[in-house]
Design a protein around this ligand. Structure first.
Ligand SMILES: Nc1ncnc2c1ncn2[C@@H]1O[C@H](COP(=O)(O)OP(=O)(O)O)[C@@H](O)[C@H]1O
Ligand SMILES: [Mg+2]
Length: 269
């Protein structure tokens, strides 16, 4: 499965959800590759890319047809922990800020097609490919949607950052990519992944989102919680090796939301 994670706004927890999904799939026995398509390199840094890294990154997938697994700039993830061993199960393709900026600036349609072909090829060697994308409607976002078999949209329960206008802009790109490159792409699966339940605003946003996305949004949401920051700092799945009762409850709830999210993403609509 090739799974796109995206939205046109920073901070909606795209990278965190992508990473936790990757660990969730590893726990299911799947071999997973995460491709970082965001020039901010957040995912790459989390997964272990060094500042002095001199190799190739995800830009390579836009420019040349790759034929063997060894042609892909895959790096093993080493330090993360979840309920299963990540050894030989979790890999990533890093993003290189400047090189991805060139891809987006040049903006060639052939890049989109090349990326589609390469991810399809890579999917022969992996059970799941997760595409973590930039918070903007640029070529790398389009290419990811063009290559995806399913899509996930993480949103914050915040009408200013993730309101109807933003959602409409995203769907305009989504639908045009679907029409042009990827007719079998179904509706995305949506998750509210940054919810401050104490805010009055959040309640009305949650109601709006449930009504708007209907069966395509998870029934529970992911609350804002220090449990997530703790897990990321300790390089473990939010639900794994929790140290306090609160973290344990938040971690278990996080995992249940991901389970629901994956089911929705896999269901074509
Ligand atoms: N449920 C959560 N509660 C609190 N903080 C979170 C949660 N999920 C993610 N974060 C933090 O929020 C910040 C933004 O998340 P990130 O996944 O990088 O967003 P994006 O990729 O959409 O820009 C990060 O510092 C991350 O650790
Ligand atoms: Mg990100």
């Amino acid at each position: 499965m090739i799974l796109h994670v995206g939205f046109n706004k920073g901070g909606t927890r795209k990278t965190t959800v992508s990473l936790m999904l990757a660990l969730y799939f590893v726990e299911q026995g799947k071999k997973v590759a995460v491709i970082d398509l965001d020039g901010q390199e957040d995912m790459s840094r989390l997964l272990g890319k060094k500042d002095n890294y001199k190799g190739e990154g995800s830009e390579k997938l836009f420019k040349q047809t790759l034929e063997k697994e060894a042609d892909f700039p895959l790096l093993p993830v080493e330090n993360w922990e979840c309920r299963a061993s990540i050894a030989d199960k979790l890999f990533y393709i890093p993003s290189l800020h400047g090189k991805l900026a060139d891809i987006n600036r040049e903006g060639k349609e052939s890049y989109v097609k090349c990326f589609m072909q390469n991810t399809k090829e890579l999917n022969k060697h992996f059970d799941v490919i997760i595409l973590d994308t930039p918070p903007s409607l640029i070529l790398t976002q389009m290419a990811s949607l063009a290559a995806a078999q399913s899509a996930v949209i993480p949103l914050n329960a915040d009408a200013n950052g993730c309101g109807i206008e933003k959602v409409k802009q995203y769907f305009a790109l989504y639908n045009s990519v679907k029409r042009k490159f990827n007719p079998s792409l179904g509706l995305p699966a949506v998750v509210l992944a940054g919810v401050n339940i104490k805010g009055k605003q959040a309640k009305s946003y949650i109601e709006w989102a449930k009504d708007f996305f209907k069966s395509r949004i998870t029934s529970k949401y992911i609350e804002d919680s220090a449990a997530v920051a703790n897990a990321v700092a300790e390089k473990r799945a939010v639900w794994f090796k929790t140290v306090s009762g609160n973290d344990r409850a938040k971690g278990a709830a996080y995992r249940r939301v991901l389970e629901d999210l994956v089911k929705i993403a896999e269901k074509k609509a």
